[in-house]
Design a protein around this ligand. Structure first.
Ligand SMILES: Cc1cn([C@H]2C[C@H](O)[C@@H](COP(=O)(O)OP(=O)(O)O[C@H]3O[C@@H](C)C(=O)[C@@H](O)[C@H]3O)O2)c(=O)[nH]c1=O
Length: 188
């Protein structure tokens, strides 16, 4: 499936609002056909925290459905499918707790985000279990990707692991191109 941006409908009343944040049949109709098996949550204290670009390799590749529970993030999906006409290109969307947008990142894509405010909570569903042996990543600042991260002037806050990730040109992609385009989000 291509990358999909979806904003669940909210039903507001005097108490606040209610929303279905995942409903298999409706999400399938929107192109989100993954079989989710795990829910994750992370919390990032300072604004300018960057996690990425991450993926799991086959046989434990993961599709992800990402949303922001508190604060605001800039969320990025990079096409890593070998042979894809958009290999190495990326799409990004701002995800806010205020509006509840969700980004679907298919298997075969690298995923990362930077927090735009302090105290951001991010939740995401994944279509395969955590498999540390299949953990992989690409450097967030790889010049061949040219992602214009909205990072602070002194740089983002990164994990030790994320400071040592390889560049795309040194990465032998194990992901097959499935013929599906990167759109409907506009590729950069
Ligand atoms: C991802 C993950 C991590 N962990 C553990 C491993 C480690 O001790 C600790 C922190 O892991 P990380 O540093 O990899 O966490 P983080 O940098 O937040 O990694 C996440 O980044 C975003 C962008 C993604 O797309 C996710 O799939 C995941 O890769 O949590 C699990 O137990 N289960 C999991 O599913």
């Amino acid at each position: 499936m291509p990358v999909v941006l979806i904003t669940p409908r909210r039903f507001a009343d005097s108490r606040g609002w209610f929303a279905e944040t995942y409903q298999r049949d409706r999400y399938r109709a929107a192109g989100i056909d993954a079989d989710f098996v795990q829910d994750n949550q992370s919390f990032s204290k300072p604004a300018g925290t960057l996690r990425g670009l991450h993926f799991q390799t086959p046989p434990h590749a993961q599709a992800k459905l990402v949303r922001c529970l508190a604060g605001r993030i800039w969320d990025v999906a990079v096409d890593l499918r070998a042979g894809s006409p958009t290999f190495g290109r990326w799409v990004a969307a701002e995800l806010t707790a205020e509006r509840g947008e969700q980004l679907y990142v298919p298997a075969g894509f690298g995923h990362g985000f930077i927090t735009l405010e302090p105290d951001c909570a991010v939740a995401y569903k994944t279509s395969d279990f955590y498999a540390p042996d299949c953990d992989g990543g690409i450097a967030w600042d790889d010049p061949d990707l040219g992602i214009p991260w909205p990072a602070p002037a002194d740089g983002p806050l990164l994990s030790d692991k994320d400071q040592k990730l390889p560049r795309l040109k040194d990465f032998a992609s194990p992901f097959a191109y499935d013929g599906r385009p990167l759109t409907p989000l506009e590729a950069q």
